[in-house]
Design a protein around this ligand. Sequence first.
Ligand SMILES: NC(=O)c1ccc[n+]([C@@H]2O[C@H](COP(=O)([O-])OP(=O)(O)OC[C@H]3O[C@@H](n4cnc5c(N)ncnc54)[C@H](OP(=O)(O)O)[C@@H]3O)[C@@H](O)[C@H]2O)c1
Length: 468
Amino acid sequence: MSKSEIGLIGLGTMGAMLSLNIAEKGFAISVFNRTSSRTSEFHAQAGVLADRITPCDSLEALVASIAEPRAIILMVPAGAPVDEQIAALRPLLGKDDLIIDAGNANFRDTETRAAKAEADGVPFLGIGVSGGEEGARHGPSIMGGGRKQAWDQVGHILTAISADYEGTSCTTWMGQGGSGHFVKAVHNGIEYADMQMIAEVYGIMRDGQGADAATCAETFKAWNAGPLKSYLVEISGEVSAATDADTGSAVLDIILDRAGQKGTGRWTVIEAQHLGAPIPVIEAAVAARNLSAMKTERERGEATFGAAPVALKSDALSVGELEQALIAGKIMCYAQGFHLLNAASTEFGWDLPMPEVARVWREGCIIRSTMLNDMAEALTAAPQDNLMFAPFFAKLVEDNMPALRKVVATAISHGLQVPALAAGLGYYDAMRTGRSTANMIQAQRDFFGAHSFERTDKDGAHHGPWGA
Ligand SMILES: NC(=O)c1ccc[n+]([C@@H]2O[C@H](COP(=O)([O-])OP(=O)(O)OC[C@H]3O[C@@H](n4cnc5c(N)ncnc54)[C@H](OP(=O)(O)O)[C@@H]3O)[C@@H](O)[C@H]2O)c1
């Protein structure tokens, strides 16, 4: 029997879909799952693709069924399960056999695993896969990290299974070590922020303007035909339009307002703090999810202080202004996300291909949008520059920022919550303030801690006249 070109461990949501995708693109694949009934069930349901899939009921059988040098994808939960699988698999593999962690690993774990693999002289890749179940099945966005030689061993398969944007595959080798998983984490941080800003605008329409879900659906649908065209705006329209079969109400109206998270947004914020890279829009989005989880406390607050008077006058904000605010907020969010990637690239010596990052996000992944194509072009011209200064985006900022200011000011004065949009506005204002108020901070620091300060008129470190 001929051997498989690749193997995969973990036939959960993502692993099963990725295996079918690999088989559909013409590659023979061997699969293994911890619970073996799942393996046979998966194979039985693979239909015409079953011929290209070899179900294995042990790791030994899996290894024996793959052609050398082997490549095996792990699609198991991040953390200990990955280390356990690597520990179980490595003794069965040859020196040139490659293990690929395709789950949502913390990039620091990937750095550790890559360093260990390097020390042991064995190949290892950490790849970020975005697009959820649908993406995994029909074309995800893939962000690879690890040794280039290891990437080249499987690059043709990953390219074949990834999403396609006008003839270009949405898969790229980002750099060494944990770079692929870092880019994936930043993708997820941006995803949190994109979702939060949409939710904030939805809140203005629902609570400020009294729009029902169907009206919001129409608005999102209309926006998806313009500059905001994106997967997240599209699905916001779809979820707003959906009706609950049991009650006949809009599904959106019966969903509890408590959002979950798996931690990748939090990782992005933590790493941004480590790197001293400001990403206030993403930070606000992560904090908003945490606040959403505090339902009981929020209800207590409403009972104690009363709900904010959120209703707006009918002509207070137009749909066009809300759209413009979202455009401006989105640019601020991506400017911060790419700045963070630049900071990490410098700190870890990855040399991240910035335009490529924007390119692989154009299709397949959750944050895919028309605007990412313009970002790829802007980053090609100036890879390290802040996106808000690229001529195309500087013009968009100028055109749309007045609406963001009006929307934030109006929302805040009525108690409507817009933390991510406000953070975008704050970032813009900070970034166009040549003379900040940090002279006061420096004076205070010198006063209580003799930290010294720089002067505007003389070189060197100085102290104020307050020292006793
Ligand atoms: N779902 C998404 O939209 C999405 C998107 C991008 C990335 N990811 C990432 O992809 C990875 C897999 O996610 P998923 O949604 O496919 O998860 P899932 O549906 O929960 O499946 C997890 C799989 O891992 C196996 N597994 C769990 N613990 C294990 C262990 N200790 N040792 C060996 N195998 C173990 C399970 O086997 P059993 O059948 O034996 O339980 C199952 O096959 C995660 O890192 C996730 O964060 C998910």
